[in-house]
Design a protein around this ligand. Structure first.
Ligand SMILES: Cc1cc2nc3c(=O)[nH]c(=O)nc-3n(C[C@H](O)[C@H](O)[C@H](O)COP(=O)(O)O)c2cc1C
Length: 135
């Protein structure tokens, strides 16, 4: 439901270090506010009969709040997790490596976070979970 990162990582770079610039933060705001997410899921649920899987952002204090909100509005399954907001600094220039300052971190580095959040969601909702991350 959101665009977490910009262009695809350049080939050959270690996957744990992928850090993509975010073109817009609007999507991340919608994905981290349980009420905003609930409103979107409600609107989509009213129009779509196909299975509705809601992709969750990990950039929240408590992922069960957004998970429960999506479930309450009729999501058929939850997908977790999207990328983690992060930054990278070039120590030589002392500048951020990304023009936008922050980006979405993915790959093996996020596996412990993904596992923790899937575990928390499994205890909080009844709908199926689709684990994503760390590939
Ligand atoms: C370049 C790039 C673009 C992505 N674009 C999207 C996207 O458009 N929508 C989305 O929900 N997630 C997007 N993601 C997040 C991935 O689907 C996935 O949730 C995240 O990268 C964690 O999985 P991984 O560690 O296996 O890459 C993107 C990730 C990357 C690296």
């Amino acid at each position: 439901m959101r665009r977490a990162a910009g262009r695809r990582a350049r080939r050959g770079r270690p996957r744990a270090e992928r850090l993509e610039p975010e073109p817009s933060r609007v999507g991340s705001i919608l994905a981290t506010d349980p009420r905003a997410l609930a409103a979107i899921v409600r609107a989509v649920r009213a129009r779509v009969r196909a299975p509705l899987w809601v992709k969750l952002s990990p950039n929240v204090g408590d992922i069960t709040r957004v998970g429960r909100a999506a479930e309450a509005e009729g999501a058929d399954a939850l997908t977790a997790i999207n990328t983690l907001r992060a930054t990278a600094v070039d120590v030589a220039t002392r500048r951020a490596r990304l023009a936008s300052g922050t980006g979405g971190l993915s790959g093996p580095a996020i596996k412990p976070v993904a596992l923790r959040m899937v575990h928390e969601l499994a205890r909080a909702v009844r709908i199926p979970l689709v684990g994503v991350g760390a590939s």
